[in-house]
Design a protein around this ligand. Structure first.
Ligand code: FES
Length: 113
């Protein structure tokens, strides 16, 4: 299954965005990060308590912008892998999602269903 997320020209470099993807019977809460030409996506689900990472829309980065940070207990995740390097869920990872950008620049989420 392929779900439209947004057009990539709405994503600024080195910024994170939260999206709710409608799956019919549920919504998927996701994080999208743009770094240059790289676009990465994860479930917005902290491995520590299974709750959303952010408390403000689209705000997932640490103050320095070097990591994704959980707003509840401060866990830090790498921008490349979503791997937790500090905090209560150290050693665990965010759940990575597959994406695709078509020739018109539309970003899609690829789901195995
Ligand atoms: S809920 Fe994310 S670090 Fe505790």
């Amino acid at each position: 299954m392929k779900k439209f997320v947004c057009h990539t020209n709405t994503l600024q470099d080195h910024q994170t965005y939260g999206f709710q993807i409608d799956l019919g019977n549920e919504e998927l809460d996701i994080i999208v990060l743009r770094q240059g030409k790289e676009i990465r996506a994860w479930l917005n689900h902290c491995p520590h308590l299974g709750i959303p990472l952010n408390w403000q829309p689209d705000k997932f980065l640490s103050l320095e912008g070097t990591h994704i940070q959980c707003s509840t207990h401060g866990a830090l995740f790498t921008l490349e892998e979503g791997y937790c390097i500090a905090g209560p869920c150290r050693g665990q990872s965010l759940i990575a999602l597959q994406t695709e950008v078509d020739s018109d620049g539309n970003l899609y989420l690829l789901l195995q269903q």
